[in-house]
Design a protein around this ligand. Structure first.
Ligand SMILES: [Fe+2]
Length: 124
């Protein structure tokens, strides 16, 4: 899976790590194998990923902190609600909602946020 690169390298690294974990999870779902462990791992990684961006936005008082965090919170809620769903529902969710969302989110919110971090020379 390929997603856009942003102007702040630590964010790209977090995104790449998440995609690897997601690919593992999707393979499990695809093969109808038990995916509870991978789902848990993925959810934790998403929380860390979002938390990482949110901490930096707060630290550097990024102007769009609130709308950015709201997008994150919505997805965390969805992922938490879906964790005991069946394979079909999850497949549909990842294909039709999560992946298009992530693609869009990286190209908009994350791109603007990363541009800001880059411009002010933010330190992780
Ligand atoms: Fe984000």
């Amino acid at each position: 899976m390929d997603f856009a690169k942003v102007a702040f390298e630590p964010m790209n690294e977090v995104h790449e790590k998440e995609i690897k974990i997601l690919e593992k999870l999707l393979k499990k779902i695809e093969n109808n194998e038990d995916y509870s462990k991978e789902y848990h791992e993925f959810l934790e990684d998403v929380k860390n990923h979002f938390g990482f961006e949110e901490e930096l936005m707060k630290k550097y008082q990024f102007f769009a902190y609130v709308p950015h965090k709201m997008e994150h919170d919505k997805i965390i809620n969805e992922l938490e609600e879906l964790q005991n769903e069946n394979t079909e529902t999850l497949k549909k969710y990842f294909d039709e909602r999560f992946l298009p969302w992530l693609d869009q989110h990286i190209q908009t919110m994350d791109t603007v946020t990363a541009g800001f971090f880059n411009m002010i020379n933010a330190k992780v």
